[in-house]
Design a protein around this ligand. Structure first.
Ligand code: 3NM
Length: 212
């Protein structure tokens, strides 16, 4: 589990707030082709049945690329479709509860919004964390940006144990700043999904992050 995640520098999200239903597979493929090391399906406000069906469509795309496929929010859906992972937020219960549904093998990640929460997530045993939102973002409206000042401590302290993906308002435009603050891995949602060519946008982010 941790071996495969260790490789992931770009975490791609197929977010249905930006992707039309008819283009879900195509966009997933483009994220993977661009070099995403993990893929999550994020479908806020959609029916579980629909999410399960899309997941079954995306799983083989991710499998043939050797990229873990993560379901957002729903442990039961992740278990049902045989996803590689589940992502949950701060209000979605303890890892131990979720493990009773998804088992011990599945990758489980947690959203964290402070150093404290990041430490807790590590202590609980999550396989990775998201840390943010660094900047305010329409993708997760109504949340203040937490800024860049704690990126370096979280990257050092938590990121030496489990992958830390910086998220929230990260764009090609501010990537230099984010990288300089200490980020090693990122999630970029709207900036790549709104790009003319998704896979080129992902490649650009990766090229930048991996450059010295
Ligand atoms: N989670 P964009 S921020 C889905 O901080 C999500 O937990 C966040 O999208 C968190 O790249 C966020 O468009 C939105 O800002 C990321």
């Amino acid at each position: 589990v941790n071996e495969i995640l260790k490789e992931a520098v770009f975490y791609g999200i197929v977010d249905l707030g930006y992707v039309e239903d008819s283009r879900i597979s195509e966009v997933c493929q483009a994220l993977v082709d661009g070099g995403a090391g993990v893929i999550q399906l994020r479908a806020k406000g959609r029916e579980k049945r629909e999410i399960a069906n899309w997941s079954k469509e995306l799983l083989p795309i991710c499998r043939s690329a050797g990229v873990p496929f993560i379901v957002n929010d729903y442990a039961d859906v992740a278990a049902e479709v045989g996803a590689d992972g589940l992502h949950i937020g701060q209000d979605d219960g303890m890892l131990s509860e979720v493990r009773t549904i998804v088992g011990d093998e599945m990758i489980v990640g947690r959203s964290t919004h402070s150093v404290e929460q990041a430490r807790w997530a590590l202590k609980e045993g999550f396989d990775y964390i998201g840390f943010g939102p660094l900047f305010p973002t329409p993708t997760k409206a109504g949340r203040p940006g937490i800024g860049l000042e704690n990126v370096s401590i979280v990257q050092k302290e938590i990121g030496s144990k489990i992958p830390v993906f910086c998220i929230g308002g990260v764009k090609l435009e501010n990537l230099e700043e984010v990288k300089r603050a200490g980020a090693r891995r990122v999630v970029v949602v709207s900036d790549v999904l709104q790009a003319k060519e998704v896979f080129i946008a992902v490649k650009k982010v990766l090229r930048f992050l991996l450059a010295h």
